[in-house]
Write a protein that binds this ligand. Structure first.
Ligand SMILES: [Zn+2]
Ligand SMILES: [Zn+2]
Length: 409
């Protein structure tokens, strides 16, 4: 029988939970944060149900100590609190709560969440491409299938919404979210790899940012000379745009990357890429799949060709994406095109296949398509990539990312 530890200072709640859970689970209880942490270490439970406001250590402290402890780090934690503020739910999720439920709760809903977390049911993961084009939007009949909007990828991990990059594709994502959520609040984490135009130009047109019921955290690296927030604000200064970023009335935080982030059951880490200015790639690990996103990047070996030194830097990138279920990787040029585009900060198809094979990733999505590459040309490039993979005997599935396409894990 799986074991659940209830940490709550309210004896009535402890008794209620014992009654509800005991038919299905072995239940242990603790009456404050210190006792709870000690019990977690001693009892090795399969799930902790954690109250927030308790004597000695409060719930946030207990949660952080669990996540820092070598032996307890992966332990599922369900936070239960009468604090119904979105800010508290967000904080709990940020410091590693797997889920949050507000008191008083519906017993059936609580049991369902407990069973999901204890049973190890993996939340379904869906990924959708909203923008796949590199450098500049290229609408028109020649790019209809692979898409003309610049980078934006949506990732759903159960109810969790993660967005990568805010190219022009994010506008249509915004429309789709508004249709789906209607008046319900939208909460999402948006990760920006770098702030070149094609990766942020859709942000001012992402309507959910202007609605007060929504909550967004935009994550990105500190810029070369300015803060991440200032760079984002810059594109909406009056010289470039009619309205100021201040008009975005959602609950919006702009935060700089500072080490790996745990968002519920999802872990997001980043790695610097070789591109003009500051640019990072992301590794997003969920219980069901690991998705890596590298855009834009020019292999060190290609650009610098400093033998072992460059190889070491390229190896670090391969290690970062190692074993991914899906690698979304920019692949902008053919070998022939690269000759005149060296030092433009991008990869060739062959580079990317080499990287994916070395890193033993399962699926490779060719991404950030060159504005000059039409659908017909893209079909040809994808076919030659598949031939190259076959010829070299790699076990790698490769496709060209198409706007609107979705993958399920
Ligand atoms: Zn780009
Ligand atoms: Zn760029």
């Amino acid at each position: 029988m799986k074991k659940i530890l209830v940490i709550d200072d309210d004896p009535e709640i402890r008794h209620l939970l014992i009654d509800v859970l005991r038919p299905h689970f072995e239940v242990r209880t603790a009456e404050d944060g210190v006792a709870g942490l000690t019990a977690a270490k001693a009892e090795k439970p399969d799930l902790v149900i954690l109250d927030l406001l308790m004597p000695r250590l409060h719930g946030y402290e207990v949660l952080q100590l669990i996540r820092q402890d070598e032996g307890l780090r992966g332990l599922p934690v369900l936070v239960v609190s009468s604090k119904s503020y979105a800010a508290d739910q967000e904080t709990a999720r940020k410091i590693g709560a797997d889920d949050f439920i507000t008191k008083p709760y519906d017993i059936k809903a609580l049991l369902k969440k407990v069973q999901e977390l204890v049973g190890g049911a993996k939340p379904p993961v869906t990924l959708r491409f909203w923008g796949t084009r590199g450098s500049i939007p290229t609408p028109g009949p020649r790019t209809e299938r692979y898409g003309g909007n610049t980078p934006c990828v949506e990732l759903r991990v159960g109810d969790q919404l993660i967005i990568i990059d805010a190219g022009s594709g994010i506008r249509e994502l915004g429309r789709s979210l508004m249709r789906e959520f209607q008046a319900r609040p939208i909460s999402a984490d948006l990760f920006i790899g770098h702030t070149h135009w094609d990766h942020i130009q859709g942000l001012p047109f992402f309507t959910p940012l202007y609605l007060p019921q929504n909550r967004f955290t935009i994550h990105g690296a500190h810029g070369a000379t300015e803060s991440f927030a200032d760079v984002l604000r810059g594109q909406m200064s009056h010289q470039y745009f009619p309205v100021d970023m201040k008009t975005m009335s959602s609950n919006l935080s702009i935060v700089e990357l500072d080490g790996p982030l745990q968002l519920g059951q999802t872990k997001v880490s980043y790695h610097y890429l070789n591109h003009q200015g500051i640019n990072v790639g992301f590794r997003i690990e969920t219980p069901a799949a690991t998705v890596c996103y590298l855009s834009d990047h020019e292999p060190y070996g290609r650009l610098n060709d400093r033998g072992e030194f460059s190889a070491k830097e390229d190896d670090a990138v391969a290690r970062f994406v190692w074993g991914a279920s899906l690698l979304i990787c920019e692949a902008q040029y053919t070998d022939e095109e690269y000759k005149s585009k060296r030092s433009w900060g991008h990869s060739t198809f062959a580079d990317v296949i080499g990287l994916a094979a070395k890193a033993e990733v399962k699926q490779l999505a060719l991404f950030h398509h060159d504005p000059e590459h039409t659908d017909e040309m893209m079909d040809g490039f994808v076919a030659s990539c598949q031939e190259l993979i076959h010829g070299r005997g790699y076990r790698l599935e490769c496709f060209g990312a198409q706007e609107g396409a979705a993958l399920h894990f």
